[in-house]
Design a binder for this molecule. Structure first.
Ligand code: FAD
Length: 603
């Protein structure tokens, strides 16, 4: 087929998607309940009240994360004083918050628990209670409505192996329930010591936990409403960029083992990472080969990505480029490219697709692509519980099914749901996000036209969209290269940290470690005024990774060495004082460049 024909097809499908998005929106609005309407209205008021939004995030993040009523009371009072009572709340909520803030200080253990209970109640449509009876009732209700569920067990932060074991146990308990079909797991919640420098050791640990989970999934059975009986399904959620390679590697390696060939399991890719399309292609090639060996299909959920703020902070702190694309239009274009690739019948057969989005234009595009390629059995739609349930119902009706992602948390762990809540709040209110309009979007409205144009514009850049990673530091390439000296008067920039997310850097450090392991231990002399001296005594240096062994010996100076060092420094002082600021800068730059060259030996 010629490229112009391809373009004409894409254009036709895009315009059909716009019509379908409009229909979905109409259908959603027609069935919005009064409660959903009120919730959306409150969100719209929050958007017009930036202080209120800030306070809500700060309350969630700083006050309600704590277990201790005194701490919550203290923060509540402090934040109310700092931000004032949010205008977007109803009057009675404002009064309650004010009273609570004032009284909590005096009677924290009496006043705070009802406030936290109220917060839990308010967020119950987004985060479900994990208590046995409540959960059973909820699952049953959804099953009656024909909605399939993907449960995500939220819990405490995983700082140590005890917590990781507890979370693994919670996942296994969920898998063992008759009424649970599908769960989501984060690799960072089953292994606490993720360290990318020790990449292979980390993969081995994560793989061990995955085996435990996959064995349980294969052992337990779920009876679907149509009578089919299948193993349970486990999906690996994707978190930060640094987890991408680790998650994909562990996923592939374990599913390649003969024991797990018959098992179908899922993984997520985030379209805001340019790399994701390359990873999608590699995963598809691999899944096709696995299928040819008699293996089960895998499933890929395609999302845009929920950790943009965190990625930006990570990039700023380490002086790296931001891993996700810089603009929304690029993310939207990559999302479409990934849907198009995933919906090709020759791919969808081996890599089933979950199209996860709340953007009705992208959902509609997925529906249109699915129909055009006749891949309905392998492509499903996924949405988040409680975010825009009227829209979810409309998508459910059009798609003939829906997988709802439902986070679950027990009362005692509620504080750990805060990160999830903050991410959802951010999604609902970020300037270019579709959900921002959940209240006022109607066909033909200005907001609708903006979203429609945003959707169509992404097709225009798809052909020239890069899929190259935005982080590409390679310490190996720096070896032997001449030092890079910045021009005088250049603005100060930090030296970027080594990025262990990147395989090239991990290969580099592996080489360095190998070299150092083979080295007999050094004797490090004193160096005073350019002269190397042994000193009167010496100390032993230890390497914590090899306890009990001396890694190196270093010379210790005596009083004569201290005197000599001071004399040298004093003699050098007039020359240093005579240097201009720029000349001093140049010397320091030269030192930095020299240290950079020695990085393999100083890393
Ligand atoms: C069922 C389900 C499961 C999910 N699982 C995961 C998961 O495992 N991992 C994960 O990370 N996320 C996950 N998400 C969240 C998802 O990544 C999106 O954040 C969310 O769905 C919003 O995207 P959208 O397509 O619905 O809406 P849209 O409003 O079209 O897109 C919003 C998204 O665009 C991107 N964006 C917005 N502004 C910019 C900008 N200026 N520059 C660059 N990018 C920008 C961000 O990714 C933002 O979230 C899941 C979502 C759903 C529905």
């Amino acid at each position: 087929m010629r490229a112009t024909d391809d373009l004409a097809i894409v254009e036709r499908l895009a315009h059909r998607a716009v019509e379908l998005a409009e229909a979905l929106l109409r259908e959603a609005r027609a069935q919005q309940t009064a409660d959903e309407h009120a919730q959306a209205k409150k969100l719209a008021r929050m958007m017009a009240d930036p202080h209120g939004k800030e306070l809500t995030i700060a309350l969630a993040d700083q006050a309600f994360r704590s277990h201790r009523p005194e701490r919550i009371a203290d923060q509540l009072a402090y934040l109310l004083e700092r931000y004032g009572v949010p205008q977007y709340m109803d009057w009675w909520e404002r009064v309650a918050l004010l009273l609570g803030g004032a009284m909590a200080h005096y009677l924290p253990s009496l006043v705070v628990p009802p406030i936290v209970a109220r917060l839990r109640h308010e967020t119950q449509n987004v985060i479900l209670p994990g208590e046995e009876e409540d959960l059973r009732r909820y699952i049953e209700e959804r099953r009656r409505a024909g909605v399939r569920l993907n449960l995500n067990q939220l819990g405490e932060a995983i700082l140590g192996e005890k917590e990781a074991a507890r979370r693994l146990e919670a996942y296994l308990t969920l898998l063992a329930r008759d009424d649970v079909e599908y769960i989501s797991v984060k690799v960072s919640s089953v292994y606490s010591q993720i360290d990318l420098v020790a990449f292979r050791a980390t993969v081995a640990q994560v793989a061990e936990r995955l085996r435990t989970l996959y064995r349980a999934a294969g052992r337990h059975r779920y009876r679907h409403q149509d009578g089919r009986i299948t193993p349970k399904f486990i999906n690996l959620d994707m978190e930060e960029y640094r987890d991408l390679d680790l998650t994909v590697t562990a996923f592939r390696e374990v599913l390649d083992e003969p024991e797990f060939l018959p098992l179908s399991a899922g993984i997520v890719l985030q379209a805001y990472l340019p790399d994701s399309h390359r990873v999608q292609r590699a995963l598809t090639e691999w899944a096709l080969a696995r299928r040819a060996r008699g293996g089960a299909p895998i499933k890929l959920r395609i999302v845009k990505g929920a950790n943009l703020a965190m990625e930006r902070i990570e990039a700023a702190v380490h002086d790296w480029p931001q891993a996700p694309y810089e603009t929304k239009i690029e993310v939207d274009a990559n999302y479409k490219r990934m849907l198009q690739y995933g919906c090709r019948p020759e791919h969808a057969d081996a890599v089933h697709l979950g199209i996860a989005s709340h953007n009705l234009f992208d959902v509609a595009y997925g529906l249109v692509l699915r129909e055009a390629h006749h891949v309905e059995p392998w492509v499903e739609f996924e949405m988040l519980e409680g975010m825009a349930n009227h829209q979810a119902r409309a998508v459910h009706a059009r798609a003939g099914g829906l997988l709802l992602y439902a986070p679950v948390v027990r009362a005692e762990d509620f504080h750990s749901a805060i990160a999830y809540l903050v991410r959802r709040l951010d999604e609902n209110t970020a300037p270019e996000n579709f959900l921002r309009h959940v209240f006022d979007l109607e066909p033909g409205s200005p907001a609708f036209l903006v979203e429609r144009d945003r959707f169509l514009a992404a097709f225009g850049i798809e052909a020239r969209l890069s899929d190259a990673p935005r982080r590409f530091q390679d310490r190996r390439a720096e070896a032997g290269a001449p030092p890079v000296l910045r021009p005088l008067h250049a603005v100060f920039e930090n030296e970027p940290d080594t990025d262990w997310t990147l395989a090239a850097n991990r290969a580099w450090i592996d080489d360095v470690v190998r070299r150092w392991r083979e080295r007999s231990h050094d004797r490090i002399p004193l160096q005073i005024g350019g002269e190397l001296r042994t000193g009167p005594s010496q100390g032993d240096g230890h390497d914590p990774s090899r306890p009990g062994r001396v890694a190196y010996r270093y010379a210790l100076g005596g009083p004569a060495d201290v005197d000599r060092a001071l004399t040298v420094a004093r003699a050098a002082q007039p020359a240093w004082a005579a240097l201009s600021i720029a000349e001093r800068g140049a010397r320091l730059e030269a030192c930095a460049a020299e240290l950079g060259l020695l990085r393999p030996d100083a890393a």
